[in-house]
Ligand binder design. Sequence first.
Ligand SMILES: *[C@@H]1O[C@H](CO)[C@@H](O)[C@H](O)[C@H]1NC(C)=O
Ligand SMILES: *[C@@H]1O[C@H](CO)[C@@H](O)[C@H](O)[C@H]1NC(C)=O
Ligand SMILES: *[C@@H]1O[C@H](CO)[C@@H](O)[C@H](O)[C@H]1NC(C)=O
Ligand SMILES: *[C@@H]1O[C@H](CO)[C@@H](O)[C@H](O)[C@H]1NC(C)=O
Ligand SMILES: *[C@@H]1O[C@H](CO)[C@@H](O)[C@H](O)[C@H]1NC(C)=O
Ligand SMILES: *[C@@H]1O[C@H](CO)[C@@H](O)[C@H](O)[C@H]1NC(C)=O
Ligand SMILES: *[C@@H]1O[C@H](CO)[C@@H](O)[C@H](O)[C@H]1NC(C)=O
Ligand SMILES: *[C@@H]1O[C@H](CO)[C@@H](O)[C@H](O)[C@H]1NC(C)=O
Ligand SMILES: *[C@@H]1O[C@H](CO)[C@@H](O)[C@H](O)[C@H]1NC(C)=O
Ligand SMILES: *[C@@H]1O[C@H](CO)[C@@H](O)[C@H](O)[C@H]1NC(C)=O
Ligand SMILES: *[C@@H]1O[C@H](CO)[C@@H](O)[C@H](O)[C@H]1NC(C)=O
Ligand SMILES: *[C@@H]1O[C@H](CO)[C@@H](O)[C@H](O)[C@H]1NC(C)=O
Length: 856
Amino acid sequence: MNCNTQILFWAILCSCIINRIYSRKNNIFSASNLDSFVLACGASSSATDADGRNWIPDTEFLNAPEKTTSANAQSQDPSLPSNVPYMRARIFKSESTYKFSISPKERHLIRLHFYPSFYNNMNCFDAFFSVTVGGFTLLNNFSASITAQALTQAYIVKEFALIPLKSGALSLTFIPSTSYEDSFAFVNGIEIISMPKIFQPAPFVGFSDMSINAEYYTMQTMYRLNVGGQFIPGTNDSGLVRTWYDDSPYLFGAAFGVTSKASKNVSIEYPSTVSKYIAPVDVYITARTMGPNQTVNLNFNLTWVFQIDINFTYLVRFHFCEYQMSKVNQRVFNIFINNQTAYPAADVIAWAGGEGVPVYKDFAIHVDDQSGDDQLWVALHPNVTYHPEYYNAILNGLEIFKVNDTKGNLAGPNPVPSPTPKSPENRPFSPSKSSNHGRVVGVVLGTVAGFGLLVAGIAFFSCGRKKVVEVTSCTGSWLPLNGSSRSSGTKTSKNSGSSRFTSSGGGLCRHFSLAEIKLGTNNFDDSGVIGVGGFGKVYKGYIDGGTVVAIKRANPSSEQGVHEFQTEINLLSKLRHCHLVSLIGACDEDNEMILVYDHMANGTLREHLYKNSKSCLSWKQRLDICIGAARGLHYLHTGAKHTIIHRDVKSTNILLDENWVAKVSDFGLSRTGPTVNETHVSTVVKGSFGYLDPEYFRRQKLTEKSDVYSFGVVLFEVLCSRPALDPSLSKEQVSLAEWALLNHQRGTLEAIIDPHIKGQITLDCFKNFAEIAVKCLSDNGVHRPSMGTVLWNLEYSLQFQNNPNGPEVVAEQKANDAYNMHTTLLTIEEEDEVCEERGEHSANAVFSQIVNPQGR
Ligand SMILES: *[C@@H]1O[C@H](CO)[C@@H](O)[C@H](O)[C@H]1NC(C)=O
Ligand SMILES: *[C@@H]1O[C@H](CO)[C@@H](O)[C@H](O)[C@H]1NC(C)=O
Ligand SMILES: *[C@@H]1O[C@H](CO)[C@@H](O)[C@H](O)[C@H]1NC(C)=O
Ligand SMILES: *[C@@H]1O[C@H](CO)[C@@H](O)[C@H](O)[C@H]1NC(C)=O
Ligand SMILES: *[C@@H]1O[C@H](CO)[C@@H](O)[C@H](O)[C@H]1NC(C)=O
Ligand SMILES: *[C@@H]1O[C@H](CO)[C@@H](O)[C@H](O)[C@H]1NC(C)=O
Ligand SMILES: *[C@@H]1O[C@H](CO)[C@@H](O)[C@H](O)[C@H]1NC(C)=O
Ligand SMILES: *[C@@H]1O[C@H](CO)[C@@H](O)[C@H](O)[C@H]1NC(C)=O
Ligand SMILES: *[C@@H]1O[C@H](CO)[C@@H](O)[C@H](O)[C@H]1NC(C)=O
Ligand SMILES: *[C@@H]1O[C@H](CO)[C@@H](O)[C@H](O)[C@H]1NC(C)=O
Ligand SMILES: *[C@@H]1O[C@H](CO)[C@@H](O)[C@H](O)[C@H]1NC(C)=O
Ligand SMILES: *[C@@H]1O[C@H](CO)[C@@H](O)[C@H](O)[C@H]1NC(C)=O
């Protein structure tokens, strides 16, 4: 971690606290008193976290420490960012209070860190508790375990902005629930930090003359996104140690718009009305805009959807900074919140007064349960009333805060975890032998940790109209029909004739009759076989009088679990994404297990790379394919309600449609990420040699980082045009992963690039691409990037490729060139064409059902 001035700043602050000195620091928060309490709860001495931040013990702030206990977590989830403060907790069996002496008249940020695990054999699944401060209820009947499980996160951070208290004493009280026997409360870390005045009155959406004065409310941070940009860690925030997340998991529909980054020489100048505490520069130098085609832009809304608690008022803060336009009326758009116009004809340049000037706008909206929906929709759409130069919209950052209700409450219910697949039987990771609990440590693996962010399980990316495409050389495995990896107690109940999955599938998965399938495959005629694997055969078939599909039929003689089959189908049929091969339906009549998929015309990525290549893909095409596949995997990991691990990422599982759009297939072999009781999924090792994550292989430890490893191998396959394993080569060359890493170490990576494309790759693009591919192959999963980061870096490489002078130079092109720039910065050309129009028209009706299923 870079030791930048902020870290220094915090280090200085912390030491001040240790010495219990309230130093008066000028030019920070206009010379007011500063508080910063950063407590590692249960710790006996100070310690620094992975970012170099110092956490001090909490004992002296507890009014009755003897009534509490402290303990170490019994297991460490690999996705924890740091041991401090997560691996130790303070445990409260009865109501307990922390007291802090703070400066009155100032707002304070309160962050509570929870890592649900086992502490002294106490299972955090038993912990239900409330947390109150200064008359406000921050949490009530809170279960960190359930929350973490539902969000598939290992740890939970809850952040609140407490209004100035009249007195200089802040009491933070933990109250175990009385509704449950054995209930207790726990906390791993507490931060209490002074914050400057960054809230003002905000207009109420839907009421022309109403506003709320946000200054007088305590708030909970629900979402904080660096729109169009990357994750920003607390160390890179502008002084408040806030974490900013990537917005892509929350995008709704198939139209992602286009992301861009400001050129290096566009300097971001905060005006006097925007303090740097509002948001760091990193938020303002990246943005998401609509797309290059104005006709298309007029037909869709750039939309984000968030899961929220109903019966609360929300403050929605939009951050803008224009670095592509410089004049008024070049880019004018409407802002909608929950389908109501929050602001018509927004013009960032008109607000800010020029380019490179940050500006933010707040709006308040009340969400009641009239709609029966716990979602907040934010949408942007061009406003053409005054004939702006471009029909487009832009957003740089977005924050959503929940404001306290009339009773001073901020607590919502625990989220409801969706039914999880049964856990494997003999998980090696049960608690240590001393524990006879027989339960497994309560941890979840997750990439997106944060303020209890609800990763939009609702944001199904729709592709609409079925593509007619081919699945060839479908290899090996498919659904774990044997249930070998997770079968546990459930017996395979064969149920002839009747179909059961359709009822529980919520109608998302189409049910085919066996007659239809037989008709479509000419009674399983072998001439239609396009693939054979351990599970049975894949046929090219026809449904609905001519639509080409791929039909996979499980070998009727094999032992299969109907129940697993159904569970799997229900899971898969809910996944819709432009870069995933869609499951159209299934048939389970007569003990048959048949799945019907989209058919992909251009086959597998592998067959276009080598092995008598049908065609030689250009470097640009290859990069586009990698980006598409990365997007599909990113969606599997973060876009669905549960993390889904593919487990068999390889070039034969990346299929290409007739427009060369990459789609990930065979995620039927996948299983959902670890649930709360598991630190990771441990299963029989599956996957393909040459792509296997060494960590997974050694320890049977499956995380989504295993997919990242395999994808790294695919990236080198694409770069070098050679198989992942080639036994005919010399020993050090057999494994592509090892060979590539070796060449990277020696600095000879360029020498192994496929000669066909060598001349096409720009140096910067190559460097970027190689760097991310090498990182994917890190031996230790923790050191591998997330799929989101991989995606971002591939897009970045593409920008270098499209403009040899690098993305910065591209972004410099000003107003009139803005659209050329869009095309060059373009990240999702194909999706614009392939998905957008469909998402908007024919598909809308179908997918609004998916997006908004009743009773969810
Ligand atoms: C954080 O800031 C440092 C220094 O400014 C920079 O090198 C680093 O890349 C940043 N990290 C992220 C994730 O933005
Ligand atoms: C950025 O630099 C280029 C030349 O390097 C210059 O033409 C352009 O005006 C600069 N932009 C700004 C905002 O300074
Ligand atoms: C924009 O999209 C429309 C509809 O998809 C298409 O007809 C038109 O050719 C596109 N325009 C450009 C400039 O690509
Ligand atoms: C929301 O408020 C309404 C009216 O007060 C109430 O009937 C409803 O039960 C509340 N819903 C929830 C989930 O609290
Ligand atoms: C907004 O509109 C969309 C469809 O146009 C609908 O699915 C969604 O439920 C609406 N959202 C709210 C909060 O009313
Ligand atoms: C965009 O959203 C607004 C508000 O929900 C809606 O009225 C409008 O029809 C939407 N436009 C398109 C093209 O979907
Ligand atoms: C565009 O903005 C104008 C001016 O604020 C507003 O009156 C108009 O309704 C907006 N147009 C649309 C289509 O929302
Ligand atoms: C927030 O809580 C305070 C203190 O309980 C209360 O005075 C205020 O009315 C609450 N805000 C709202 C919107 O009810
Ligand atoms: C507490 O939360 C649990 C789990 O979400 C829920 O089942 C229970 O009904 C809640 N209890 C109360 C008193 O709200
Ligand atoms: C976790 O373990 C507890 C105790 O064994 C059990 O009640 C609970 O159902 C398990 N949860 C999951 C998701 O397996
Ligand atoms: C499925 O079961 C069959 C027969 O019981 C066995 O041969 C095969 O190896 C199993 N497949 C998997 C993936 O475990
Ligand atoms: C890719 O698909 C297109 C459209 O279906 C087809 O014309 C082309 O021949 C295919 N190319 C290969 C190499 O299969």
